[in-house]
Design a protein around this ligand. Sequence first.
Ligand SMILES: C[S@@+](CC[C@H](N)C(=O)[O-])C[C@H]1O[C@@H](n2cnc3c(N)ncnc32)[C@H](O)[C@@H]1O
Length: 253
Amino acid sequence: MSLAIPPPPGATPARRERRPEFPDWRFAPNIGGHPDTYELENQAVDRAGHVLTAMRTVAPWAGRTLVDLGCGTGYWLRRYAGEAARVVGVEPDPALRPAAQLAADSLPAAEVLAGSAEHLPLADRSVDVVHARFAYFFPPGADAGLAEVLRVLRPGGRLVVVDNDYRWGEFAQLLAAAAPRPPLQTAAVVDAWWRERGAARHEVRSELRFASRADLASVLDIEFPAEVARDWLRRHPAATGLSYGYVLFAVTA
Ligand SMILES: C[S@@+](CC[C@H](N)C(=O)[O-])C[C@H]1O[C@@H](n2cnc3c(N)ncnc32)[C@H](O)[C@@H]1O
């Protein structure tokens, strides 16, 4: 059974293509420009395992309906599909959706829909858990998406947003070296935005563990300016990974 709301009469695919599908879609240069390299980054997150464990603790999905909002190429769909009753990947980037669809095709009770945080093609109160991993929720200015997520969540359902911990870990140091504004300032804005909306905040101290130094180098290359990545690698000649702090923000409907 699909949870999707059928398109309104007259919204033929040809008509939809003539205007921007989702005005809130922000092209993600890392995954959008380099999907294969971003896959290596997801594998490095997965190898460490801490983020998925924390997400499961904050909002268990066994037997539930889970939406992966901004699912990209669908890397994480398979991690949810084993336990969830139903998994829906939502992705606004038309170039990424086919890969996500391919991932969903091999999974039980999984589907991928065109949509965005502000335009979820899902019925009111039809979902138990929404995950947004580095997708859309970059406060401030994310209220419309939050309202839309709260519309589709059942009472008691939960949104879990994965963001950077700008205060801890080697990845945060790289962010600081590359950021146009001080990361502590960003962290304060982000924390205050979520606090004002009643979110619970959970820190996860983890790492990116790569299969090889070449994989590490290629991922640093898509995440940071070349000189920042090169300098870090020079100062860490034997590294095949780096420490990474995350913050999960959880809002209950
Ligand atoms: C850094 S990628 C993360 C992809 C995926 N969550 C993962 O962890 O592999 C950010 C994703 O958010 C998507 N995105 C951009 N704007 C969005 C929006 N308004 N609503 C939902 N997703 C959005 C991008 O297309 C991209 O797939």
